[in-house]
Write a protein that binds this ligand. Structure first.
Ligand code: NAP
Ligand code: HSE
Length: 433
């Protein structure tokens, strides 16, 4: 198997995430890419900083050293900013090296020139990680929805702002304290006023609108309001009225053009976007054919963003080689391919509804049967039925257990003399935790 060698410009939150993912999933990624992928060199500002997982990476404080390194096949720009980053990306392009970047500011402000330069030099600039962190949104828009005429894109595309408003709203925490936490978790930009001032979301919206509507990158046309003016009072009043305040970015086609705006927005509490909390991002696309489609996932953070960076790298690895994307899932030689499990091994929580005789000790007998099978009860409710009926209904929510355990416990419960019917069982799942 060949090797694709990466030179990282920046080894901070996202660069560190790339190393972690390659370390953990490198074998599977290689199998899907048709080549092993290895970080061989990285540029940093401070060569003395501890860099876990980077023992075999050649570190340099000179960006050019990494770009010009003949060993480096792909330059991955993860340092941020638009000055040094732009020079670096141009240098890589002129050297004919493909570039992968997570830098939305760079693409929103200089994308046009960079893409043109890349075309001239027969190479590419990929930027999946620049918008909505780990959500494969650029691919969905450019490829999955390519047959559509898009009407609007609306969503939460700054994880830091969503995290701040969620924490303020749900825990009453103060703005500054939550922002500090978002910085500690690696969500915020180097200059966090880009996040809270709406600029980061405006950069991302600029990119999305250009892809969706074919308009030039128009950052200076985006109406941009930050979340700094949203108070705890506003969050409480909005809640009282049945709304949540969310940091939305909106691009909507009108007859005369495209609206482009980023601002805090009241969203009805039942709407999907009102229920997207913390660092999560979500985007709803309305189009003429497949509509609406929704995209949801972690909008920031080391590994989520690295996932998008490496998706671009794998695309590059596959390009121009014989490596085919496996038609179904993973390639045959992947060593840890899991096997499909029998249904008895599937794990779920359960809702159980039982008809029982209204006699003393019956609840103890039922909970005893569940306990014998190691099943914990999450909630239990008993519903009295009006006379002359002498049975009651008992509703139980269990903790997750394997299917065979739930089935065995139900069989034991059904055998109890006080239980008059079969147990009605519905599985309970929590996939958004
Ligand atoms: P970060 O943690 O601040 O890391 C930046 C890295 O770049 C550091 O390793 C830094 O070196 C290095 N660096 C900066 N300027 C340099 C220079 N002039 N020469 C050499 N090295 C330089 O930033 P990050 O959060 O990883 O973000 C990187 C990029 O990804 C940004 O464009 C950001 O917008 C984007 N992004 C971030 C996230 C996220 O969740 N964090 C998500 C999506 C996209 P030192 O380590 O020595 O300081
Ligand atoms: N600072 C950005 C955010 C990082 O919070 O969404 C992801 O682009």
């Amino acid at each position: 198997m060949n090797e694709l060698k990466l030179g990282l410009l920046g080894l901070g939150t996202v660069g560190g995430g790339v190393l972690t993912l390659l370390e953990r999933n490198g074998e599977a990624i290689a199998s899907r890419a048709g080549t092993t992928i290895r970080v061989v060199a990285a540029a940093v500002r401070d060569a003395g900083k501890a860099r876990p997982g980077a023992d075999t990476v050649r570190l340099s404080t000179r960006i050019e050293t990494v770009i010009d390194d003949p060993d480096v096949d792909v330059v991955v720009e993860l340092m941020g900013g638009t000055d040094a980053a732009r020079d670096a990306v141009e240098r890589a392009i002129r050297a004919g090296k493909p570039v992968v970047t997570a830098n939305k500011a760079l693409i929103a402000l200089h994308g046009r020139e960079l893409f043109a330069l890349a075309k001239e030099h027969g190479t590419t600039v990929s930027y999946e990680a620049a918008v909505a962190g780990g959500i494969p949104l650029i691919k969905a828009l450019r490829e999955g929805l390519t047959a559509n005429r898009i009407h609007s894109i609306a969503g939460i595309i700054n994880g830091t702002c969503n995290y701040i408003l969620t924490e303020m709203s749900q825990t009453g925490a103060a703005f500054d304290a939550v922002l500090a936490e978002a910085q500690r978790l690696g969500y915020a930009e180097a200059d966090p006023t880009f996040d809270v001032g709406g600029i980061d979301a405006a950069h991302k919206l600029t990119i999305l609108a250009s892809i969706a509507f074919g308009i030039p990158l128009s950052f200076d046309q985006v109406k941009t309001d930050g979340i700094e003016s949203v108070t705890a009072e506003d969050l409480a009043y909005a809640r009282e009225l049945g709304y949540r305040i969310k940091p939305l970015a909106i691009a909507r086609r009108q007859e005369k053009g495209v609206e482009l705006r980023v601002h805090p927005t009241l969203v009805p509490e039942r709407d999907l976007l009102a229920n997207v909390n913390g660092v999560l991002n979500a985007v709803v696309v309305r189009a003429d054919a497949a509509s609406p489609t929704g995209y949801f996932g972690p909008g920031a953070g080391a590994e989520a963003t690295a996932s998008a960076v490496l998706a671009d790298v794998v695309d590059l690895a596959r390009r121009g080689t014989d490596a085919q994307m496996p038609a179904l899932g993973q390639s045959a030689d992947l060593v840890d391919s899991p096997r499909p499990l029998p249904i008895e091994e599937a794990v779920s929580a359960h809702y159980l509804r039982l008809r029982v005789a209204d006699t003393p000790g019956v609840l103890n007998a039922i909970s005893g049967a569940l306990a014998e099978h190691g099943i914990s009860i999450e909630a239990i409710v008993q519903k009295e039925l009006p006379p002359p009926v002498s049975t009651t209904t008992v509703i139980i929510l269990t903790q997750p257990v394997p299917e065979r355990v739930a089935a065995a416990a139900c069989a034991q419960i059904e055998a109890l003399p006080a239980v008059s019917d079969s147990v009605h069982r519905i599985r309970v799942e929590h996939f958004d935790e």
